[in-house]
Write a protein that binds this ligand. Structure first.
Ligand code: FEO
Length: 401
């Protein structure tokens, strides 16, 4: 039994799977579920790294006890305080009343706020060290990946990094938790969607954390969500590096709202011309059907963005407006933007999306296209010209790369 939970040295996986929750943070769909990862170091001194959502405490405790039996846990290392990981702190303390919580100054303030007095504590600063016997742990403060108190713990004995949310992804662990023992295929897109929606705003802090890890001999990455990475560490690192730099591949996301299909006809004309111009990665999203988490995922993936909206109550169509807010919230950078829209008696959406272009600081390509009521020959031509401008801008980068 213990062999099945073993990662490396004396480190075990004791996380749980959540296949019940529909929406993570009440917002983001979980078609493949999500795992809350926790790790138990069964050393001379026993330490637990993070906990799990309180709903799964019984399973969690059973996993812990099947490894250490009645031995006490000396330390609970809290890398991240978001309740999907800290939720079982109070229950763990009921079962292990002498446990010492390891965290930084910010951690303890949050523990008191969420769970009352923190009890016995071991406060660490950046670079501090803790020996458990075989395993020697070093703590690195990595604020805003993804909360202010976040830190990472590196086991210097075996190169095992407990990375918190960093390098995480949606998706339960079905059977195995090691990337070498499972089919990892569906995690890659879910990693981008997880990053775009959960961590997307914090590109700079992620870059700072990656710089701090530079050169460290890391053999295993134990995130709080998704597989334990061993053979795919380089790929996982590259994904987080590119996304946090807001780098993206050649391609265009066409996100549009359409009540009666006229704005959609503009989107179709744009897509057809982009394809004709040699752009292969084209992703179309009707904002009333695609959940925004998938649209944001694709906006993080591709450099071009064409946004279309009918005028609605003298405003941008609400679902499009909401998407634009989500893009601004994440401070997405370095995208090429084209705007199109329609109206019946007074145009407003295209003008207001121009304000989004300014606020986002995206590079506006081509002339915005505004169509009255239904498509005519001139409207098709204007859409083609906008698509040609987007394709030309993307190809300019292609020639440079
Ligand atoms: Fe999975 Fe930021 O918590």
């Amino acid at each position: 039994m213990n062999e099945k939970t073993l990662i490396k040295g004396k480190i075990h996986y004791v996380g749980v799977n959540d296949r019940r929750k529909h929406l993570f943070e009440g917002m983001w769909p979980l078609p493949y579920g999500v795992s809350y990862n926790s790790y138990l170091i069964d050393d001379d001194i026993v330490a637990l790294v993070d906990t799990v959502d309180a709903c799964y405490f019984e399973t969690f405790l059973h996993k812990i006890r099947s490894i250490i039996g009645n031995r006490p846990i000396q330390y609970l290392i809290i890398n991240h305080m978001e309740p999907d990981h800290s939720g079982s702190i109070s229950l763990i303390r009921q079962y292990y009343p002498d446990i010492v919580i390891v965290g930084n100054r910010q951690t303890f303030g949050m523990i008191e706020g969420y769970y009352g007095a923190a009890g016995e504590r071991y406060e660490v600063k950046d670079g501090d060290f803790l020996s458990l016997g075989h395993h020697c742990l070093r703590f690195y403060l990595t604020p805003m990946v993804h909360w202010p108190e976040t830190m990472m713990t590196l086991d210097e004995t075996d190169g095992v990094l407990f990375s918190g949310d960093a390098f995480g992804c949606f998706g339960t662990l079905d059977g195995g938790f090691l990337d070498t023992r499972i089919n990892t295929e569906h995690y890659w897109d879910e990693m981008v969607r997880y990053y775009a929606n959960i961590v997307g705003k914090y590109g700079n802090p992620v870059q700072k954390a990656l710089a701090k890890l530079q050169g460290k001999p890391i053999t295993t990455v134990c995130s709080t969500h998704g597989p334990v990475w061993t053979e795919h560490i380089a790929r996982v690192h590259d994904i987080y590096d590119c996304l946090s730099r807001y780098e993206a591949a050649e391609g265009v996301v066409i996100a549009y709202g359409s009540m009666y299909g006229h704005t959609e006809q503009m989107a179709e004309a744009l897509a057809a011309e982009l394809s004709y111009q040699g752009i292969r990665n084209i992703v179309m999203h009707d904002v009333s059907k695609s959940h925004p988490s998938y649209i944001l995922r694709d906006i993080f993936k591709y450099r071009g963005l064409l946004v279309g909206s009918p005028t609605y109550c003298n405003q941008i169509y609400p679902e499009v407006d909401s998407l634009l807010d989500k893009i601004l919230l994440r401070e997405v950078k370095n995208r090429y933007l084209g705007i199109f829209g329609s109206f019946t008696w007074a145009g407003a959406a295209v003008k207001r999306m121009g304000e989004f272009a300014e606020r986002s600081k995206f590079e506006l390509v081509g002339d915005p296209v505004e169509m009255k009521q239904a498509m005519r020959e001139a409207d098709y031509q204007h859409c083609e010209q906008l698509a040609q401008a987007m394709a030309a801008r993307l190809k300019k980068d292609r020639n440079r790369e």
